[in-house]
Design a protein around this ligand. Sequence first.
Ligand SMILES: [Zn+2]
Length: 334
Amino acid sequence: MQTACFMVYWCSMLPITKIAENIFQVPVPVPFPLKTINCYLVRDDAGWAMIDTGLQYAPAHEIWEAAFGALDIHARDIRRIYLTHAHPDHYGLAGHFQNLTGAPVFLLDKEIEIVPFEWKPDGEHIDLIARFFESHGMPRAVVETVHERQLQVLAMVQPQPVLSALHQGECVTLGADSYRVVWVPGHADGHLVLHREADGLAFIGDHVLIKITPNIALWPGLDPNPLKNYLESLDKVERLAIRRALPGHRGVIDKLPERVAELRAHHAARLEECLNAANGCTAYEVCLRIFPGLRTTDELRMAMVETLSHLEYLVAAGKLEKREGEVVSYKQLK
Ligand SMILES: [Zn+2]
């Protein structure tokens, strides 16, 4: 397997990188703290497949135009669009590209079930999130700021695509190669990995990232214990013998088992922190304690759902008591 990445083109300050034969990484700008999402273009004899898309955001359109120009891709050359999951930075431009190219947009069946709820154009889910955060102690004024930001994000995933289903265990062809579809719930309930079993290359989305830890979020109406799922999914990818993982953010991962071990240790430490901080406190109070120095609304909403996923894991594990009421609080079980 080729081990070195090398840049082939520069456009708008951002490099397009040839990752392997016929696989190109396009770092698409996003207006979030992560700054870019890695999308991929895979070439075969008949045309191109796209993996993940970015958001409705002018700089994202610019980089895609430049990437298409640099690789001599015309809209009709895009034959298939695959999404690793339906988070906005991965899903947001799928409808736009479907309209432009006529290509089918594929997502895991379990994630397709969630999309109508998660991205309902009338913002019903966003209203639910606001009530949920308020019930977990977030002050009304802060909730309103988060609500406004979520509405901005909803506008960045329009138009929405017609989705086609992938299923756990099936194989898809990308370039000239076969990839197994593997379900890895946790970062998103219906997150998938595309694994080229012949040599261990994998498109891993946001399941494992280097330098940053994937956000494990508890959102109302979705899986009630995403951290448990995530830790089990780490075991699952470890068993796949992935030799080179192409992630949704940051650099390529060549030492997956080491990174998986670091992520496990990270969550073990954060669980301990949450356990110690939850002394009759609300999730919002725990959040501010374990994430001091939050600077933006995006950082705050992500920290809040990350805290909740850890608190609910501890409740399910019998270590914390959840006290329901107008405002929910958590307390250590003696
Ligand atoms: Zn994500």
